[in-house]
Design a protein around this ligand. Structure first.
Ligand code: THU
Length: 146
């Protein structure tokens, strides 16, 4: 992660990872079997959870990250510090499940790319933290229209 970003406390990171892993049991994936869980930390400390929700028509599928963001935004929350994302086939966490391009773009809408932190984990003892800028360089956001 780049310098200048306020580090998250380890206990908070671990709590977010545990919460994201718990979401895997709610993930609705009859088509891909690929389960994803997310825990989104708002600036005020509130945690919003999400899982992926698939659909027989495929394209209405919602990713775990966007489920968490839309839950928060629909409750009037628009300031965020970090998100944790975990996922894997049948819910087995062998590799990082990095956010898809659409989810990165949704993060870009509401987050400062140099401050928003994305925690990718396979367990509470194995994770890496990236800024949104690292995962979405040269991103297009609200500022691009100013
Ligand atoms: N998925 C997510 O939930 N988040 C991502 O960022 C990548 C993909 C879900 C969507 C679909 O249910 C499954 O993973 C396979 O693409």
């Amino acid at each position: 992660m780049s310098g200048g970003v306020k580090p998250l406390e380890t206990s908070l990171v671990e709590e977010m990872i545990s919460l994201a892993i718990r979401q895997l049991s709610f993930s609705y994936t009859p088509y891909s079997g690929f389960k994803v869980g997310a825990a989104l930390l708002a600036e005020d400390g509130t945690l919003y959870t999400g899982c992926n929700i698939e659909n027989a028509a495929y394209t209405p599928t919602n990713c775990a990250e966007r489920t968490a963001f839309f839950k928060a935004v629909s409750e009037g929350v628009r300031s965020f510090r970090a998100i944790c994302v975990v996922g894997g086939k049948d819910g087995v966490l062998t590799e990082y499940a990095a956010p898809c391009g659409v989810c990165r773009q949704v993060m870009m809408e509401f987050c400062d790319p140099d401050r928003f932190q994305i925690i990718l984990a396979t367990g509470t003892d194995h994770y890496d933290i990236f800024t949104l800028r690292e995962l979405l360089p040269q991103g297009f956001g609200p500022g691009s229209l100013a």
